[in-house]
Design a protein around this ligand. Structure first.
Ligand code: HEM
Length: 235
């Protein structure tokens, strides 16, 4: 899904031609396009390194690569892309729902990533894993919201037949606004479910292991039938 998203979205921004941007410049904010392109380039680093970080084989077989790619994810990916996401989000020309959703996701992305980095520095590995899973879930919201936009357009929000710019604009606002927030709500809910499920499973395993250890430590006492009291009393 990530590769398809990058192949479909990235090339037009690598031309550095504002006319090929899918996002119009809001008002006279001329810095918008360079900031948007920077956001997309850092976002690409985030999405590629995020996929590397969650690959179990790479983590186990090449921990050094995991560490380098983790630093790239934080410092050349999520933090700069998230900070720029705040700016392009707050100034988005695509309506209030899109602006609210983008600012919210940028803040969450920054908070999760900073918390993940801090807990790694403090060597609190269990907490580090939890925060990074949330940060990766925020990254994955982006390709998913493009899928939602496509689904909406194919079902309940088809493109209007009218060429009236006001109608077209209202439709774009409606489409991107309603596809954006469900993307991150879905991926963050899945991440929380996964974390809760894993911790419940780990607790269950630990309890079973404690029970087995206690059973192994208890001496087995067997009572011979001859030692049992009879109706007549002990012989
Ligand atoms: C997770 C936090 C992110 C937030 C909050 C965010 C926010 C935004 C915003 C507000 C825009 C402008 C759209 C508009 O005004 O309608 C945008 C555009 C864009 N972003 Fe992000 N973004 C994030 C992550 C990413 C990532 C990881 C990538 C990966 C490459 C990415 C790629 C793009 C692309 C390609 C565009 C241009 C719009 C398009 O052609 O589809 N973003 N982003």
């Amino acid at each position: 899904m990530c590769a398809v998203f990058l192949v479909l979205s990235l090339p037009r921004y690598l031309t550095f031609d504002p006319d090929r941007s899918r996002v119009q410049q809001p008002g006279d904010f001329t810095l918008h396009y360079p900031l948007l392109v920077a956001h997309i380039l850092f976002g690409t680093v985030a999405i590629v390194t995020c996929c590397l970080q969650v690959w179990p084989w790479l983590r186990q077989a090449h921990p050094a690569v995991h560490r380098v790619s983790g630093r790239l994810y934080v410092f050349a990916g999520a933090l700069p892309a998230g900070a720029l996401g705040l700016v392009v989000g707050a100034t988005s020309p695509n309506g209030l729902t899109m602006r609210m959703s983008s600012v919210m996701l940028s803040v969450l992305w920054l908070v999760f990533t900073i918390a993940g980095y801090r807990t790694a520095r403090q060597r609190r590995w269990a907490d580090h894993r939890r925060w990074m899973i949330r940060s990766f879930a925020a990254t994955m919201a982006i390709p998913l919201n493009r899928v939602y936009a496509w689904l909406l357009e194919a079902t309940v929000l088809p493109a209007p037949s009218s060429n009236d710019p006001a109608v077209q604009e209202a439709w774009v606002h409606n489409l991107v606004g309603n596809a954006d927030w469900p993307g991150w709500v879905t991926t963050l809910l899945v991440a929380e479910w996964w974390l809760t499920e894993r911790s419940a499973r780990a607790k269950h395993k630990a309890r079973a292991a404690r029970r087995r250890a206690a059973a192994a430590a208890t001496p087995v006492t067997t009572t011979r039938p001859a030692d049992l009291p009879t109706r007549e009393g002990p012989s």
